[in-house]
Structures are given as C-alpha cells and as structure tokens.
Design a protein around this ligand. Structure first.
Ligand code: ZN
Ligand code: FE
Length: 256
C-alpha cells in the first residue's frame, strides 16, 4: 500500500512523498528543495528509493543533486528536458515500477507549461506537476495553447476518482478566477467555500479529485456554452473551437 504525503516547500510548492510504511521506503516527486525532504524522511524513519521529476523548473528540481549526494537512487525525469541527475529518461508511453515501492506508474507527455513536461499516472493518482492544478492549469511558458489543450485533454480522460497531486497550492486564486468565468456554477461556488475554509485552517486543498476538476476547472470546461460565452465576452471575439476558448481563458487568467 502506497501512502502519499505532502511536503510543503517554498511559498506554495508541494513536494510529494510516496511512502511504503511497511518497507520504510519512499519516493519523492519534484523535490525543489532537499532539506524538507530529508526532514520528512528522518521524522518517519524512511529510506529514499527514487526521485521522480515532472519538468525542469528549479522549484521542482533544485533539491535533486543534494538528495542524490546523500542517497544514490535512480532519478526518473522527462527525456526531452535537461534536468541534472536524471538517470531514467521518460516519455509517453513508458511505464515502470517505482523501485522498492512496487508502485506501477505510466508516463504521459503533457507539453505546454514546459516543452517536455511529463505527468505520472498511478492507479487512482496523478502527479500532474505544473500542467493541471486544482481549479486551474499551468502558465504557457514554453508551449502553445494547442499543446496545453491537448495535454489537459489527456489528463481529463483519467477516471473521475483519480486524485490530482499537483505542484502548487494555487487553488484559491484559481477558483476565484474560475468564479469570474462561471459565477452561476453551484459546484464551483461550493468548492471555493470549501477551499477558503481549508486554507483558513492552514490545510492543503490538494489532492483534488478529477470529478471536481471536471465540475469546476474552467480550463477543462471550454466546450461548455457558459464558459465559451464568458471567454467571448472577455476577449470581444467569436471563439468557435474549445481550443480558442482555452487560449482566451489562459490569457484572461494571465492578465487578472
Ligand atoms: Zn513549473
Ligand atoms: Fe512550479
């Protein structure tokens, strides 16, 4: 049984630890900083078995070399990005078992935020990095709207009960933007209230459930008339295709 634990880092990053308590082993996803990972391993008496990377940004990779120096473990990461320390380059449709944990993962290419961004999919769990966030999606630093739209489509096709383990606690800002897009979506209003309450208690809002993303994340809802109408009103243009709605939503969010 793999348990997944959040390690908060920096202002709003989450480093994820996939833990097998019986074997006292853990794999870490996107360690932007080594120190909080070492602290978490020490506190629970765990040994590191692998490092997993979704994309090259420093807030997801900055701790790799320091961790590697202390723990000589395999490092899985995107084949098409340059991440120091990666020993096991991955691309879709690769699949592998996380060493020690016996946790099967498969790889999806999800370009858009970065050009070689990958997502890691387990049974019932998705490590989405900065591609899909709770209530939103990553900025398009290296990719086109068309690429990101296709990437999000792959992730949205995962089962409704999939837990989404994303790279940042951006949920409140995302849901407030979503509420501007869809002020009349009752599921969204409810989710925003729940997220506000969780943050007031100092609790993470993630992982989310894919069902909640389908119901409230505007970037997965670009085919719906209400979302299209809002994006058309904001952009002052007719948006015939969901991908055009997506591109307008992304620009709207970037400017808000
Ligand atoms: Zn990033
Ligand atoms: Fe990030």
């Amino acid at each position: 049984m793999t348990e997944i634990v959040a390690i908060p880092a920096f202002a709003d990053n989450y480093i994820w630890l996939a833990v097998d308590r019986n074997r006292r082993l853990a794999a870490v996803v996107d360690p932007g900083d080594a120190e909080p990972v070492e602290a978490a391993l020490r506190a629970s008496g765990l040994r590191l078995s692998a490092i997993l990377i979704t994309h090259h940004h420093h807030d997801h990779t900055g701790g790799v070399e320091e961790l590697l120096a202390a723990h000589p473990v395999p490092v899985y990461g995107p084949a098409d990005e340059s991440v120091p320390g990666v020993s096991q380059p991955l691309r879709e449709p690769d699949a592998f078992e996380v060493p020690g944990l016996g946790l099967p993962l498969r790889v999806l290419d999800v370009p858009g935020h970065t050009a070689g961004h990958i997502a890691l999919v387990a049974d019932g769990a998705l490590f989405s990095g900065d591609a899909l966030f709770a209530g939103g999606c990553g900025r398009l630093f290296e990719g086109t709207p068309e690429q990101m739209y296709a990437s999000l489509g792959k992730l949205a096709a995962l089962p409704e009960d999939t837990r989404v383990y994303c790279g940042h606690e951006y949920t409140l800002a995302n849901l407030r933007f979503a509420h501007q897009v869809e002020p009349d979506n009752p599921n969204l209003t409810q989710r925003l209230r729940r997220a506000e309450a969780a943050r007031q208690r100092g609790e993470p809002t993630v992982p989310s459930r894919m069902a909640d993303e389908h119901a409230t994340n505007p970037f997965l809802r670009t085919h719906l008339p209400a979302v299209r109408t809002a994006a058309e009103r904001w952009s002052g243009q007719t948006l015939d295709e969901p991908v055009a709605v997506f591109a307008a939503l992304r620009r709207w969010k970037d400017q808000s």
